[in-house]
Design a protein around this ligand. Structure first.
Ligand SMILES: Cc1cc2nc3c(=O)[nH]c(=O)nc-3n(C[C@H](O)[C@H](O)[C@H](O)COP(=O)(O)OP(=O)(O)OC[C@H]3O[C@@H](n4cnc5c(N)ncnc54)[C@H](O)[C@@H]3O)c2cc1C
Length: 391
């Protein structure tokens, strides 16, 4: 609950910890609502999970059977992102492919669930799908079009960072938060250390939001808060060349190695899932690579014959504690309210704007600030402005 004495003091100083997509969108949203924002990122901007994700602009189709609300939210957010960051999105569409009888039988339930969630999925003749995308396996049993797309993992957040900076936010990459002072329910300061320096600096603030993804448990513990987050790494393999210009997915419940995404001059097959305690230093499993290439060939024969460009892994910041491989945890996001601080975790890159909206609503609630979210309303600066406006 906010108090009238707090209401009189806007603008308030908010420290955002974490320079991934969630932190970027939050810095922008809070700045639009009049807060004085300073964002700290311990590495380069987007160097956490954000800069390593698959790059699928999720229409929500993948989630529709399991969770209509998440699917609907993805669909809504793809429409917003296509409007506000057009130069970082390749809106190429997607095809879900049934490769066997079981997958073919899944089509009616899949299409119905998508339509219920507001996703205009529709079955198309295999020949038509292959005329759009000749890479689709000739043994496909059924094909369903969905409004998926590709987006650039780095450029979308950089547009949000550029917009936040124009509004006065201070963005500080290579600056790690090493301790947090929240006393008697009130945020007082964070202590930060610049990379390569042994000098600590205290930065005073009125509120703190941790948007530290898979590191949220570690950062929450600095302030004495328990943050239930499960780092769940996945492996991805990029091969050279555009095997496909559309996003190809397996027509089945979400599993491993079931999506091919074209990204610039590459094609990426992903992903896998396991859980770890520590999100730092995650490496891909060798077994994963052979598995992923085999699965890619089932959707687009010849994928594995391409030269491998890169193999990497990144950790999903799943919101909740896992009892298995993390698949039992929802892909939804949450804003955790701690005294003097909040944590924004979970979700996915496609819904970064919606995640930020919910977190910024929370901060407004704390300070009785009656400013609506306006991040849907404006086209963002191009990602190039992040670099050129700093010169
Ligand atoms: C394999 C894989 C594939 C995925 N593919 C997709 C996809 O195709 N489409 C999609 O929509 N989503 C996808 N996702 C999900 C998406 O990548 C994540 O949900 C999203 O990137 C999380 O962003 P974030 O900003 O919350 O976290 P992060 O990007 O991890 O940002 C958190 C930041 O906090 C920083 N940090 C941590 N501790 C500190 C500290 N003490 N001080 C300062 N900074 C700190 C970290 O360095 C990090 O940069 C994928 C995820 C994985 C793992």
């Amino acid at each position: 609950m906010c108090t009238p004495s707090i209401r009189q003091r806007h603008p308030h100083r908010v420290c955002v910890i974490g320079g991934g997509g969630s932190g970027a969108a939050l810095a922008y949203d809070l700045s639009l609502r009049g807060f004085l924002v300073t964002l700290f990122e311990k590495g380069e901007l987007t160097s956490g999970t954000t800069g390593r994700h698959h790059g699928q602009l999720h229409s929500g189709a993948r989630y529709a059977v399991g969770d209509r609300d998440i699917a609907r939210e993805c669909m809504e957010e793809t429409l917003v992102l296509r409007r506000i960051v057009p130069d970082a999105i390749e809106y190429n569409g997607g095809v879900f492919i049934a490769t066997d009888d079981a997958e073919a039988d899944y089509a009616p339930a899949f299409i119905a669930a998508c339509n219920e969630a507001g996703i205009p999925a529709r079955e198309v003749p295999i020949a038509e799908a292959r005329s759009w995308e000749p890479a689709i396996t000739p043994t496909a049993r059924r094909t369903v079009w969905v409004p998926d797309g590709s987006f650039d993992a780095f450029r979308v957040p950089l547009s949000f960072f550029a917009a936040a900076r124009r509004l006065g936010a201070t963005i500080r990459p290579f600056t790690e938060v090493v301790s947090i002072d929240v006393t008697a329910g009130t945020a007082r300061s964070v202590t930060v250390r610049r990379a390569g320096s042994d000098h600590d600096e205290r930065v005073d603030c009125d509120y703190i939001v941790s948007a530290t993804g898979a590191w949220a448990g570690i950062v929450g513990a600095m302030a004495g808060f328990d943050v239930p987050v499960t780092p769940a790494p996945g492996t991805m393999v990029a091969v050279r060349g555009r095997v496909t210009d559309m996003v190809l997915s397996r027509l089945a419940p979400p599993g491993d190695g079931d999506i091919i995404v074209p990204q610039r001059g590459l094609s990426i097959i992903g992903t896998t899932q396991r859980v770890v305690d520590n999100p730092d230093g995650i490496l891909p499993d060798d077994d994963d690579v052979a598995f992923l290439l085999r699965r890619a060939d089932e959707l687009a024969p010849g994928f594995s014959a391409r030269a491998v460009h890169a193999i990497w892994a990144a950790a999903r910041p799943l919101a909740g504690a896992s009892t298995g491989d993390g698949r039992e945890i929802s892909r939804d996001f949450m804003v955790l309210d701690h005294p003097g601080m909040a944590t924004l975790i979970g979700g996915k890159a496609t819904v970064l704007r919606a995640m930020a909206e919910k977190a910024a609503d929370h901060v407004c609630g704390v300070f009785c600030v009656n400013e609506p979210c306006r991040t849907r309303d404006f086209i963002l600066p191009t990602w190039r402005d992040w670099y050129t406006e700093a010169l």
